[in-house]
Design a protein around this ligand. Structure first.
Ligand code: ZN
Length: 174
């Protein structure tokens, strides 16, 4: 098998109705980003940033491809969104991400002043929006965002990540 086919993705992208642009709709777009990550042999995590009903940032984990440990879905999407708005303050923006943000990404979300973060799968090991710690509750900070934790496409996003690691563990070459 060629290298790019090490862990073929057994999941398909979602095609949500465009009529109802709710949390599940935008999380589906983040899920599709996560599928793209898997297809590039990256840990399947995707993020989408929405402001005024418009997607202003969408990316997925690219750590392996870029060789950059900071190339997480959320950071890449934040950079896109800030560039698109011409402003580092993402006030009013909602971030959809398939897994609870890590310490770096939670910090980046705090610094970018987003309005709300909606994540699908909690991460008790590295999640920093309540899973392992909570950077959104720094006692002296006056910027806090709303958090929607779990409940939006959670089983689908969880299955994607768990299947990725399950297949990797089963293949010593991966
Ligand atoms: Zn991260």
């Amino acid at each position: 098998m060629p290298d790019t086919e090490k862990t073929p993705c057994p999941f398909e992208k979602r095609f949500p109705s465009q009529l109802l642009r709710d949390d599940a709709f935008y999380m589906s777009l983040a899920y599709n980003q996560a599928i793209d990550a898997w297809r590039e042999d990256e840990v399947p995590v995707g993020a989408v940033i929405v402001a005024g009903g418009e997607v202003i940032g969408a990316s997925h984990n690219r750590v392996e491809g870029t060789g950059d440990p900071t190339a997480h879905a959320e950071v890449l999407a934040i950079t896109q969104a800030a560039s698109r708005l011409g402003d580092w303050r993402l006030e009013g923006a909602t971030v959809y991400v398939t897994k609870e943000p890590c310490p770096m990404c939670s910090g980046a979300l705090v610094m970018s002043r987003v309005k709300r973060v909606c994540f699908a799968v909690a991460d008790p090991k590295m999640g920093c929006l309540g899973g392992a710690a909570n950077l959104n509750e720094l006692p002296r900070s006056n910027h806090h965002f709303e958090v929607t934790a779990g409940g939006v496409l959670e089983p689908e996003c969880r299955e994607l990540i768990q299947a990725f690691f399950r297949i990797r563990r089963a293949d010593p070459e991966a």
